[in-house]
Ligand binder design. Structure first.
Ligand SMILES: [Zn+2]
Length: 168
């Protein structure tokens, strides 16, 4: 056990000193994790770079235990977002889950632009930057439907350009 002189801390160089370790309770891991060969025996505190904000985050042994055993994340995966980006990611995910329903109702161009921006941000801070192509296309289609009424030719919406989406 650590005493006060070798307490876990991040030094001025941003390095983690005296990282703490905790034992892995394999029975608490997800089924997929339990099926893995060579499971680690301990969690060791470490520094992770958040894919959302780019900050170096302290992923403590306690947080890891929670992440793998309570939240059942895959043992060889990592927490790729800091707590605040994780919160944001979850919020975006919930918003996006409502899009299919919203798309069946009347949407304004502003609504649709916001949907696209939300999808882009969600993908930016997701581990797998794989876009939900079907959802993107439903939004594109709706934008085109509205803009056709305003005599704007297909795929020339300023919204696409503004959000940096390449058109074919
Ligand atoms: Zn972050």
């Amino acid at each position: 056990m650590s005493n006060n002189n070798n307490k876990e801390h991040i030094n001025k160089l941003g390095e983690l000193k005296n990282p703490r370790t905790l034992s892995v309770d394999r029975n608490m891991l997800s089924e997929a994790s339990q099926r893995s060969a060579f499971l680690p025996e301990t969690y060791t505190s470490r520094i992770e770079r958040c894919i959302g904000c780019g900050e170096n985050e302290h992923f403590s042994a306690e947080d890891q235990k929670q992440w793998y055993e309570k939240s059942k994340n895959y043992i060889f995966g990592t927490r790729s977002r800091c707590k605040s980006c994780q919160k944001k990611w979850k919020k975006l995910k919930i918003e996006i889950s409502k899009f299919p329903k919203e798309l069946r109702c009347d949407c304004t161009l502003d609504d649709l632009e916001n949907m696209l921006a939300t999808l882009i941000e969600y993908e930016r801070i997701s581990e797998t930057a794989r876009p939900d192509i079907a959802l993107f296309h439903r939004i594109y289609k709706k934008i085109n439907e509205i803009e056709r009424r305003a005599n704007v030719p297909d795929y020339s919406s300023p919204i696409f350009e503004k959000l940096g989406l390449v058109q074919k």
